[in-house]
Design a protein around this ligand. Sequence first.
Ligand code: HAM
Length: 450
Amino acid sequence: MTDTAFDEKEKDQEELSAPQYQGVQSPQGMHDVLPVDQPYWARLRAVLEKEAAVFGFERIETPIMERYEVFEKGTGAVTDIVEKEMYTLVTRGNETLALRPEGTPGVVRAYLQHGMTSLPRPVKLWYFGPMFRHDRPQKGRYRQFHQFGLESLNSASAANDVEIIIMIGRILKKLGIKGVVFHLSSLGDPACRPAYEKQLKAHLRAHKSKLCLDCKKRLEKRPLRIFDCKEEKCQRVARVAPKMLDNLCKDCHRHFKEVLEMLDEIEVSYQLDSAIVRGLDYYTRTVFEVIVGGEAGEGALAVGGGGRYDGLIEVLGGRPTPAVGVAMGVERMIEVMRLQKAVVPVTAFRPDVFLAQLGFLAKKKSLKLMTELMNSGVAAAAALDRDSLKAQLKIADRYKVPFTIIIGQKEVLEDSAIIREMQGGTQEVTPRRKLIDVIKKKIQLFKEKQ
Ligand code: HAM
């Protein structure tokens, strides 16, 4: 099927989906991935799997639920994700579990639980799967969404940060996504961030009356979130606030400088952005967001985000181990692919032959014949719920098959079948025992002439 034909199919689907159906709908913010969406998903998976293999990342799948404390400790108890957005449940066995809002803490838990700490470093893992956040649904923000993630564990070098950025750049390029900019910053580490946060808090306290209610509340525990706030009055205060990038300690400064120098070597477009603070607790040093659609602000979409989390493995019970990773929002990437009209290969069912039948006996014979055809490598289609020959031939036309096999009552009695050549309309009767060979030859000849 061509891309045009695919567009038409998409149009049909849209027309169909102005439904009269008033019954139970999917849960709010959770979506079906329909057959018409599958070519995008298939393309994405194929590109991800190939790139992950090229860069030596191995697949890991963790459960979609974890014990609550994995996220409480990992993502952070006072983050919006854990405090406000997590789906939690108490099991019959009285365990508190949570549907994963992100993949990183579960991957770290598995890394520790399965002794991967003793593997040669870095341990490079990737995953793909659904995540759940009970946020207010809107375009690009769902309650069930999918992430593709890369985690490079036990990796301290700035080169590991850059490797992840290079991979994401390549993946997006292969998917036909244009206008990608990496917004980059450094959040320092326990040696320099506390002193910086003290400075920032002092600045925010001095301007407290100008802040929105949320920022006033977050001032003491999460002062950095001021940089995330969309309120204009808070942004004004944030613009003149001291910046982490100007307050990095020597080691963090060196690490970040190395990242930038390596990025300068390659063709990745990045922008320093001290407003990148990320909504999760575990980040240290490099943090970044993958933005499509111009300047951050109007129309810009974060298709991914990540950074270094040198403290997380220790928080979850391991030895201090540096790590860096990223997660990409699959639905958002697909949205951009659609918007930018990225070409996706469509593999549609293209039968070689259509099987038409008339009467109950013929229908029974057709089912057997269909299996035989498929067993001998002939892709066959039929419309076994239709009885009229005219209706069946119309469907055969739609499939654009070169031949239709017709079995009526007479053919059942004579143990034969009619082969109709669809373009010219000529028909010939063939004994049933020779049918498979004859049709196979005809199909082969037809294909050779194409
Ligand atoms: P995150 O920034 O929370 O990072 O999510 C990564 C990406 O997932 C976002 O940039 C966005 O594209 C997508 N995303 C997040 N929430 C939603 C939503 N509600 N609906 C649709 N898409 C969404 C993380 O999750 C970290 N675990 C990334 C990471 C990996 N850091 C280190 N390793």
